[in-house]
Design a protein around this ligand. Structure first.
Ligand code: CTP
Length: 409
């Protein structure tokens, strides 16, 4: 077998929670992205998953106890910690976070944390009550100020059958954030700390009557990814969310506004002190001219037509009424002549940036986890980006926004 050197070395710490099995998938995804992954586990994690599983998949000895006589390296926590480009902990228990925050080094993973100078990314998973404890919040705040990055847990049904925040983030998102840190695509920076970002997300619903509406296929994934990424980079983030089919990120403020008119109103309530506006919502361009007050009955009707009227273009209005220095970005979901139509939108709405995608492509579009986009800046040529996760794309978009901001200073 030919010896190929991987681009990145990742230390994957697995601590003792039911989500430990998901670390296997994270390992696989990182390997696919050209990472050499070495695994360390706590003894409790080894109760959930056999170290042998990780050994077989990673091709390396799995460190559980560095005093173990089978350990090939007597000072493993030093060697391991100094060889890695990223220390990633999936899942991170409340206990491990508490130890990291307080400098306790009583096992291999916590010793590695202290001995390492590599960036650290942790993906906590725990019961909602443990997540909400002031002690956990204190430890997390301390770790954040120490420079540790978090892939925040999401809301969902937990192993204990309760529903709440504490579920491990999707493994694709964890791997994407790890890759963004390894590639230095902004994620490790808190470069948006002084920004107030307003983002519209999801589709809108335009009422026909109290029961029916016109809507579209937007899931909200791209907009939520942007909100999450901006929040992690330190921005104050307000999301104006229409209809969505995925969980919102924890951190950003979420305001629900289902119709184009409600979204328009909510945006203009929030926009006055924003420094960045991103129109990621698929806002309906038309709505029924007058929604029926009571349910429309089909009795005696073979045909029916709806009279539609234009909705207000939120993005165009934000752009035309903005203060100096406010950055405005929009999206263009197209099926033909993608770059040409997107460039027209950029000019017509006087945007700083437009993100265009061909929604007919495999791996792009509304319900996909990934996106294939082109970014066009005012006065610039289109840059065609490769297929990447929506979170990675979000970071690339925010990198551009930060660059535009820095150029304007
Ligand atoms: N947008 C908006 N308000 C609207 C319509 C669109 O803010 N009422 C924003 C979207 O959030 C997106 C961009 O404008 O950022 C999309 O531009 P648009 O020209 O509306 O795209 P399409 O609806 O696809 O238009 P067309 O049918 O002309 O291609």
């Amino acid at each position: 077998m030919s010896e190929k050197k991987n681009q990145f070395k990742v230390g994957l710490g697995v601590t003792g929670g039911i989500a430990a099995y998901k670390a296997i998938e994270v390992l696989r995804l990182l390997q696919k992205s050209d990472c050499d992954v070495r695994v360390a586990m706590t003894t409790h994690a080894a109760e959930f998953i056999q170290p042998l599983t990780f050994r077989a998949l990673s091709g390396h000895y799995v460190l559980v106890d560095d005093y173990d006589s089978g350990n090939p390296d007597p000072i493993a926590h030093i060697n391991f910690s100094q060889e890695i480009d990223l220390f990633l902990v999936v899942p991170a228990t409340a206990n491990t976070l508490a130890k990291f925050a307080n400098g306790i080094a009583d096992d291999f993973i916590t010793s590695t944390y202290l001995a390492s100078t590599a960036p650290v990314l942790v993906a906590p998973a725990m019961n909602t009550t443990m997540w909400n404890q002031p002690a956990t919040a204190r430890n997390i705040a301390r770790l954040k100020s120490d420079g540790v990055r978090f892939v925040e847990p999401i809301a969902g049904e937990l192993a204990c059958k309760t529903v709440g925040t504490g579920k491990l983030e999707d493994v694709e998102n964890i791997a994407a954030q790890a890759m963004a840190m390894l590639k230095g695509t902004g994620h490790s920076a808190r470069d948006l700390e002084n920004e107030r970002v307003v983002i519209t997300v999801g589709g809108t619903r335009e009422a026909i009557d109290p029961v029916r509406f016109i809507s579209n296929r937007s899931s909200g994934r791209m907009g939520f990814a942007l909100a999450r990424a901006a929040f992690e980079r330190g921005a104050e983030v307000t999301v104006i969310a229409g209809s969505t089919s995925v969980d919102p990120p924890t951190g950003p403020r979420i305001i629900n506004a289902l119709s184009a008119a409600e979204m328009h109103e909510a945006v203009f309530e929030e926009i006055s002190d924003a420094t960045v506006f991103i129109g990621a919502a698929a806002v309906a361009d038309y709505r029924p001219k007058s929604a029926a007050a009571s349910k429309i009955k089909k009795k005696d009707r073979d045909e029916m037509s709806l009279e539609l009227e234009r909705t207000e273009d939120i993005l165009a209005k934000v752009s035309s009424t903005r203060r100096n220095g406010v950055i405005v970005a929009g999206f263009a979901a197209e099926t033909t002549n993608v770059v040409e139509y997107a460039t027209e939108k950029l000019k017509k709405k006087n945007l700083d940036l437009v993100i265009a995608n061909d929604i007919t492509k495999d791996g792009a579009g509304f319900n996909s986890e990934t996106n294939i986009a082109s970014i066009i800046e005012k006065g610039g040529a289109a840059e065609n980006l490769p297929k990447m996760s929506k979170l990675e794309l979000a970071h690339v978009i925010l990198d551009r926004i930060a660059k535009i901001r820095d150029a304007g200073k």
